[in-house]
Each structure stands twice: as C-alpha cells, then as structure tokens.
Design a binder for this molecule. Structure first.
Ligand SMILES: [Zn+2]
Length: 308
C-alpha cells in the first residue's frame, strides 16, 4: 500500500489506495499551477523528513491539516536578524487539529533539528497581514510573532486558516491566562515552562543558557559550539582568534615598533575594551539563541522512548 515513505512523489499520496495516516494529503497537495506544484514537491520532501518525529509528537487523536515552512521572529528580534537568526529561526509550521507545531529545520528544509515548540490555537488573539505581505499574530501573553519566508501560496493559506480559527474561538475564554509560544521537551515533547536543567516529565537533560553565555564570554563561538551550531561557531572562533592576534598577541610578541616607539598603556586599555565588547556581545547573542527553545543535553532517557 502507498504511504508517505514509499511514495515516489506527492501525487501518489492522492490516490485512493493510500495508507491511513495523521496527514490530510488532499489539503496539503492540492497543487494547481507550476509554482504550487513546486511547493508541493518541497512540502512532500519536508513532510517525509518530519514524519518520524511528528508521529511521536502528535497525540493519539490529533491530525495534521497542513505543513509549510518559514521563519518566526518576535518584534525584538527583527532588530538583529541577518542570516544567522534566519538560519536559526527556520521552522516547519505544522497546523494540527489542536495547535501550530514549530519544528526547527535546517535552512535548506531537508532535515529536522532539535527545537520544538507549539502555539495552542487558544493562545492566538489576532491575525494580521502586514504591509510586506507577511503574517503577524498576536498572542495572549502579548507576544507579536511574524511569519516570514513562507511560500507565497502558503502565506495566504496560513492567514485565512488562522483567521478562521480566531473567529471560531472568539467564544469567551480565559483572557487572563498569558498563553504564548510554548517550548517542548526535545525528548518527550511535553510543554516545559521556563528553562530548567532537566525535563520535569521525563528527566531528560537540557542545555543551560547560562553555560552557553559563559562559554561565549570566555571565547566567542564556544557557547554556540556547545549549543550545536557548529558551522557558525567555527566561523566565530576563527574570526575572534584573528582579532585577538592582531590586537593583542602580535603587539605582545613585538612590543616595539621602530617607527612608532613602544606601545602605550592607552593602546592596551583600548584593545582590552574592544575585546571585552566583542566577548560580551557574543555572550548576549548566545544567551538569546539558547533561549529559543530546549536543546537536549545528552541522550533521550528510556522513559521518553516511544515504542519503536
Ligand atoms: Zn521530557
């Protein structure tokens, strides 16, 4: 029987003889026109990559209406985006019967990474299309979240779908509960509030933002390495080592320039101040990246392993 893993392309999933699954293939792969078909092919590849993990996350009666991708930015983050934040913020957006699941994926959308979060539909207060054509939602904890880099046709779906949900849930619910984006345990996928060192549910260990920040303060890049952003960390380490060499190490090795004379105290103070700013800024950025969700520290505990 045809299923997600043995299908050769998305069209095979629209066949009648397809295995029962939590996914609404007919909605996801209703592709008309060249652009829509290209998006459908990408969606097919992404869903295949997410499938194993998604089946662990979904509750027994929960179904998936739609899957797309994009970056999510809070208002504060829009001030310091750039490619690093964009690469870090790329998420598969999974619209289920209960919530929007946000699964961290790589920038090329071919593999799934560690961070998982959810937005319960009851957390969404309003949905607005911004003047740039992106979608901005307001959550009950006053967070403003912007979805960017979503495929064009999907952005329309996203706005209409969420607007309908908000209209539907306009019933009097407890406005006072400050619901927002909820980070899930990367081992057992329950919501874990705040940033504890281990998941209270399964005991799986989580990486600490304070440790990540301290490591980056000691030397820029070390904290990102600890978090697992290895490529970015390596670039930072090389860049910082170069600045250390130019400003500190080389002058120490050759303290006297025949033309300029000995290096002054003022020079050393300025150089140290620059290094302090670089290390401090990186520590702050690493702390921010660390608090984007729960990173697993160590393997999945036995209690969190799901059958397979
Ligand atoms: Zn857990």
């Amino acid at each position: 029987m045809t299923n997600l893993q043995n299908a050769r392309d998305y069209q095979e999933l629209l066949d009648e003889r397809v295995e029962t699954s939590p996914y609404a293939y007919a909605t996801m792969f209703k592709a008309e026109g060249y652009v829509a078909r290209r998006t459908a092919r990408q969606r097919f590849a992404l869903l295949r990559a997410l499938d194993g993990k998604l089946r662990h996350i979904l509750r027994p009666t929960e179904h998936v209406f739609y899957v797309t991708w994009g970056t999510t930015h809070s208002l504060a983050e829009q001030f310091f985006t750039g490619w690093m934040a964009s690469a870090l913020n790329m998420r598969a957006l999974v619209f289920t019967t209960e919530r929007v699941l946000l699964l961290q994926i790589n920038a090329r959308k071919t593999s799934v990474r560690e961070l998982v979060a959810q937005i319960p539909y009851t957390a969404i207060v309003s949905v607005r299309k911004s003047w740039l054509g992106s979608c901005r939602i307001k959550l009950r904890d006053k967070t403003l979240l912007t979805f960017l880099r979503v495929p064009k046709g999907d952005m329309k779906f996203l706005i209409e779908f969420l607007s309908d949900i908000v209209k539907g849930s306009g019933a009097p619910f407890e406005i006072s509960t400050p619901l927002g984006v909820q980070h899930l345990c990367p081992h057992c996928y329950v919501h874990v509030p705040a940033f504890p060192p281990a998941c209270p549910q399964c005991g799986g260990r989580l990486k600490l933002a304070s440790k990540a920040a301290l490591l980056s303060f000691i030397f820029p890049g070390l904290g990102d390495w600890y978090l697992g952003h290895r490529g970015f960390a390596a670039m930072e380490i090389v860049g910082s080592a170069f600045i250390w060499w130019v400003l500190i190490v080389a002058p120490l090795l050759a303290p006297e320039d025949p033309d300029l004379g000995p290096i002054t105290l003022e020079y050393w103070l300025t150089a140290l101040f620059i290094m302090l700013v670089i290390h401090g800024t990186d520590a702050m950025m690493t702390r921010h990246a660390a608090r984007k969700g729960h990173y697993p520290a160590g393997p999945m505990p036995h209690s969190a392993q799901h059958g397979s």
